[in-house]
Design a protein around this ligand. Sequence first.
Ligand code: DX5
Ligand code: ZN
Length: 226
Amino acid sequence: MKITPSILTADFCRLGETIDEALDAGIGWLHMDVMDGNWVVNRTITFGPALIKSIRERVGSDVFIDCHLMVTNAEETWEQYANAGADLVIAHIEAVDDFPKLISELHGSGVQSGCVINPDTPIDGLLPFLSELDLVLVMSVVPGKGGQSFIPEVEGKVRALREAIDSQIENGGRETKLMIDGGIKDHNAAMVAEWGVDIAVVGSGLINEKSTIAENLVSITNSLEI
Ligand code: DX5
Ligand code: ZN
């Protein structure tokens, strides 16, 4: 299982150094949590395409950048993130009217497409276009901030999506990736890996005052090998 950092718990005045630290620790994928101050319940604003552009210029083309759009108008604004250098745009099914259209627009612009569902959103709505998605993200916290507690009740949805994706691949379909996001630490990373997750987003478990990103990454990676 791959680990990708969310930077929400980073000191935004030192963001460049934090990203350098993450890459030096061996991280190759950045998860950028875009919030527009409207869509998430606590009305948080984080950052927009300008930051994605600066980070892309800093890290070069080899680092994979996804943008998790927690915004009301992803169908209008996805292109700003694509143009800023995102490799993958992940939009909320709860906030998009015509997901298949968004997928084809993203693919048409050479960007991978992801669909994210909140902890209490069933998977049924995304199954009809699962085979078109490069990634599905199951939220294991309510979107809005880092450092929240993991919601174990998402297990059933994760396992059901694992099964659906595996049968899709067996029938020659797309190798859709399965991601989880929220409350992942070294005490539960192995559990979600066993559920069949391909990539886990880790925010406060990687970026915190207690220890370095490298130390935290080692402790999570070691927990996967036990
Ligand atoms: C929450 C974000 C998550 C969050 C993860 O809205 O989508 O990516 O920052 O942070 P932790 O790992 O601390 O829950
Ligand atoms: Zn996220």
